[in-house]
Design a protein around this ligand. Structure first.
Ligand SMILES: Nc1ncnc2c1ncn2[C@@H]1O[C@H](COP(=O)(O)OP(=O)(O)OP(=O)(O)O)[C@@H](O)[C@H]1O
Ligand SMILES: [Mg+2]
Length: 331
């Protein structure tokens, strides 16, 4: 299809560990269309960052034991390309805003020189032109006094400003795909809202597609066209955002949505999904979510559910999705 920008098919990532190989991403399929924002949600450790690092070609082997499947971007399967080719697209046609800005900005260089470098590596432009464009980018991401900030080091900036610098770096070459890995978790609520507005504006200006990784369903509701829900290394539900909220079909998604605090009504204790994400080496048989699921039956303990398409674009991996939907009065 013409509008398809990224097509991930059967992505599987295994790591070597002292206890033997573990598979942390298992046969994940998804796509991203040009210009859309797709959410990737799920609890800590479910494989969101590893999946995105695999797309960026940033998982070295070792520690990765094996990366399987296909990642199609600009008509090439990235898993079959050379490190040189991957370097030529990374930071250029696709870029990533990392979970922790401090670990990705180099403390020894000014923020300006780091944005310049991202541009000069991919585009043959003179140093003074790079500087001019970097200052303009800093201004665009809402950094006041960018001429001055250009010469500062990361530690001289606040957390919100560092996150903006990361976004400026990610945008330096007008990428078609931006992977934003929890771009707001380290920030306070007002700065979070500003960063989300900024990403939305930039998407409209540059037409880039965004994969928004978060565990915050509020962020998803506000920013995403579509959502993919991950649990224990698998995608368990995928739907347009309103459909995911109104016709939730997976018990895990239902749990995530029930854990959102509501402002209206009387105070009630926040729901939390019982139990915790299983360790990869003790992955339950059948459906991986069954030990924590109130809908689970013996079928769920025995047999892994297939992915079924309930409506165009709404896919779910659950034996009892009809009951989950019926409970909300959706069908
Ligand atoms: N280099 C590695 N070696 C072994 N296991 C790893 C390695 N990197 C990640 N993992 C494991 O892969 C799993 C998925 O990790 P990942 O960082 O993708 O989680 P996440 O969904 O991004 O979580 P969070 O919300 O906390 O960022 C985790 O169990 C993690 O321990
Ligand atoms: Mg992560």
């Amino acid at each position: 299809m013409n509008s398809r920008l990224l097509d991930v098919k059967g992505l599987t990532v295994q790591f070597h560990t002292p206890d033997g190989p573990v598979e942390v991403v298992s046969s994940v399929d998804f796509h991203v269309n040009k210009g859309e924002t797709v959410g990737l949600v799920g609890e800590s450790g479910c494989g969101k960052s590893v999946s995105s690092m695999a797309i960026m070609g940033l998982i070295p082997s070792p520690p990765a034991k094996q990366i399987g499947g296909e990642i199609w971007f600009q008509e090439k399967n990235l898993l079959a390309q050379s490190p040189d080719y991957l370097r030529s697209i990374r930071g250029n046609s696709m870029s990533m805003i990392f979970q922790d800005p401090m670990s990705s900005l180099d403390p020894a260089f000014t923020v300006g020189s780091q944005i310049d470098e991202a541009m000069q590596f991919h585009q043959k432009i003179a140093a003074n032109e790079a500087k001019e464009r970097s200052i303009e980018l800093l201004r665009r991401v809402g950094i006041s006094n960018p001429e001055l900030r250009y010469h500062e080091y990361p530690h001289q900036l606040s957390g919100g400003m560092r996150q903006r610098v990361m976004i400026a770096m990610a945008l330096a070459c007008n990428p078609q795909l931006i992977i934003a890995d929890e771009p707001t978790t380290a920030l306070d609520v007002t700065v979070q809202a500003q960063i989300l507005d900024l990403l939305n504006d930039l998407r409209q200006t540059f037409g880039s597609a965004i994969i928004m990784i978060t565990h915050d369903m509020g962020v998803v509701a506000e920013t995403c066209d579509r959502v993919m829900v991950m649990y224990a290394g698998q995608i368990v539900e995928e739907a347009p955002t309103e459909v995911l909220f109104d016709q939730t079909a997976h018990p895990y998604t239902e749990g995530l949505l029930r854990s959102i605090p509501k402002i209206s009504g009387k105070k009630v204790k926040l729901y939390s999904i019982p139990g915790s994400v299983p360790l990869q080496r003790d992955m339950p048989k059948g459906c991986r979510f069954h030990p924590r699921c109130s809908y689970a039956t013996s079928l769920c303990q025995e047999k892994e559910p297939p992915i079924q398409e309930l409506a165009p674009g709404h896919r779910v991996k659950c034996w009892h999705s009809d009951q989950v939907i019926a409970k909300q009065g959706g069908v």
